[in-house]
Design a protein around this ligand. Structure first.
Ligand SMILES: Nc1ncnc2c1ncn2[C@@H]1O[C@H](COP(=O)(O)OP(=O)(O)OP(=O)(O)O)[C@@H](O)[C@H]1O
Ligand SMILES: [Mg+2]
Length: 393
C-alpha cells in the first residue's frame, strides 16, 4: 500500500473552524451578549435609515473586539436590507494601513467591494482627501443611507484627520449618508489621547471588553467542537484548554489556537483521540514558539549569554545568578565557539535588556551602596524550553 502524501488524518472534520483569522457567524460568538447588544444599539437606528452612533471599543488582545464589531456590523447590513434601507460598511485594520492616505484608500476600496460598481480606486497619485471624496461620491451615487467604518487598531493610525472627517462628514455637507465609526484599540492608554481628539459625546459610547473567564472560554471552544470528528475529542480537553487560557491571559485567540494545535499534534502522532496530553504539548509548543521568535531575533552573543544562564540553572540548585557568575560561563562558551567574548559591561547591559523582553527577570540584591549592590538574573521559563528554542534556531 502506498502512503497518501495528501492524507489529512482522522482528527479534523472541519479544520477551518479552529483556524486563526476565521470570522464566525454571529451565532458562534458566545459570552459577549452585553457587548453585542451595545454595538447593536449603536447601529440600530442605521438599520432603519437613521444615524449610527459612533462607538469606541477597548480591551486586551483576544477579547473579541474585532470579531464583535465585524459580526454585528455585517448583521446590521443584513437587517437594513430587510428594511429596504442601505447600510454599507468598511473594515479598515489600521495596523496594515497606518497613514491617513492608506487608511482612506482602504476605506474606499472596502466600500467598492460591497457595491455593484466597476469604479476602481487609484493606487497612487491622489491624496487622502481625494480618497474620501471618492467615498462620499460613491455613497451618494448608490443612495446609501448609512455608512459604518470600523477603524480597528486605531492607535496605529498616525493621524486624526480620517476620524475627524468621518465625524463631520454629514454636517459638513460632504455626504448625504449618515456616517458612523467603530474605533477599536487594545491600548487602554490610548483612551486619553482619543478622548482629547474626538467629540466628548463619543465617550458615552465607550465599551470595555474584559478578558474571558474559564466558563466563557469553555463555551467558545465547545461551540467549535464540530471542527473535530465525532468522538475524537476527550471531554477534559476543552475544560483544560479553557482553564489554562483563563489563568494565563483570557485570550480567546490563543485558546482556540491551543485547541487547534492539540488536534494537529494528535494528528501528527497518528493518535485516534485528542487527549489532555496533547493540550500540554500544545501549550508547551506555543511557549517554545514565542521564545523562538524572541530569541531568534537576538544577536549570537545574547544567545550565548542565555545559554550560560540556562547551564547555571541546570547545574546548580538555584535559579538566580549574579552577573559575574553568568559572565564567567559565558566567556567559556564564547571561547569554545571561537568567538571573542564581549566586555563585562556589555554583557551586563545585554542581560538587563533580556529582562525588558520578558526572557529573564532581574532583581537588585546586596547590602546597600557601600557594600555594592548587585543584580541577579533568573530565566522566566524552564531551561529546556530555552534550550529547545535555541536548538531549533
Ligand atoms: N466571543 C467569542 N466567541 C467565539 N469566538 C471568539 C470570541 N471571542 C474571540 N473569539 C475568537 O478569538 C479570535 C480573536 O478575537 P478578536 O480578533 O475579536 O480579538 P481582539 O479583541 O480584536 O484582539 P486584538 O486586540 O489582538 O485585535 C477570533 O477570531 C475568534 O476566533
Ligand atoms: Mg482585533
Amino acid at each position: 500500500m502506498t502512503d497518501d502524501i495528501f492524507a489529512t488524518g482522522d482528527i479534523f472534520a472541519n479544520r477551518e473552524l479552529v483556524r486563526v483569522g476565521h470570522v464566525p457567524e454571529l451565532d458562534r460568538v458566545v459570552g459577549r451578549d452585553n457587548e453585542i447588544n451595545e454595538v447593536g444599539r449603536a447601529l440600530g437606528p442605521a438599520t432603519q435609515g437613521g444615524p449610527p452612533e459612533t462607538t469606541i471599543i477597548y480591551g486586551k488582545t483576544g477579547t473579541g473586539k474585532s470579531l464583535v464589531a465585524r459580526c454585528v456590523t455585517r448583521e446590521a447590513h443584513r437587517r437594513a436590507t430587510e428594511n429596504d434601507r442601505s447600510l454599507q460598511y468598511a473594515y479598515v485594520d489600521c495596523s496594515d494601513y497606518q497613514t491617513e492616505a492608506k487608511a482612506s484608500r482602504e476605506m474606499a476600496r472596502e466600500l467598492v467591494k460591497r457595491l455593484t460598481t466597476d469604479r476602481t480606486i487609484p493606487r497612487v497619485g491622489i491624496g487622502a482627501a481625494d480618497y474620501r471624496d471618492i467615498t462620499w461620491e460613491l455613497l451618494d451615487l448608490h443612495d446609501v443611507d448609512a455608512f459604518v467604518v470600523i477603524l480597528d487598531e486605531i492607535d496605529k493610525l498616525a493621524d486624526d484627520e480620517l476620524l475627524r472627517s468621518l465625524s463631520r462628514a454629514r454636517e459638513s455637507g460632504k455626504a448625504d449618508a449618515f456616517v458612523g465609526v467603530i474605533c477599536i484599540s487594545n491600548k487602554i492608554e490610548y483612551r486619553e489621547r482619543l478622548n482629547e481628539r474626538v467629540d466628548s459625546s463619543l465617550q458615552d459610547n465607550e465599551l470595555v471588553f474584559d478578558p474571558y473567564d474559564a466558563d466563557q472560554l469553555s463555551n467558545i471552544l465547545n461551540n467549535r467542537r464540530d471542527a473535530f470528528k465525532q468522538g475524537v475529542l476527550d471531554d477534559a480537553v476543552v475544560t483544560k484548554t479553557a482553564a489554562l487560557a483563563a489563568r494565563e491571559h483570557g485570550d480567546a485567540r490563543k485558546a482556540v489556537d491551543t485547541f487547534y494545535e492539540a488536534g494537529q499534534l494528535a494528528e501528527r502522532a497518528g493518535a485516534d483521540r485528542v487527549t489532555v496530553n496533547f493540550v500540554d504539548d500544545a501549550v508547551r509548543q506555543a511557549e517554545i514558539n514565542r521564545f523562538e521568535r524572541l530569541v531568534s531575533g537576538q544577536p549570537p552573543h545574547v544567545k550565548l549569554i542565555l545559554r550560560a544562564l540556562a547551564a547555571l540553572t541546570e547545574q546548580r540548585d538555584a535559579s538566580r545568578f549574579r552577573t559575574a557568575d553568568i559572565y564567567d560561563v559565558y566567556v567559556n562558551f564564547a571561547e569554545s565557539e571561537g568567538a571573542d567574548p564581549l566586555s563585562y559591561d556589555r554583557v551586563s547591559r545585554l542581560l538587563k535588556e533580556q529582562s525588558f523582553l520578558g526572557i529573564t527577570d532581574t532583581t537588585h540584591t546586596g547590602g546597600g551602596p557601600s557594600k555594592g549592590s548587585y543584580l541577579e538574573h533568573r530565566l522566566m521559563r524552564d531551561t529546556d524550553i530555552i534550550l529547545d528554542a535555541m536548538r531549533s534556531d
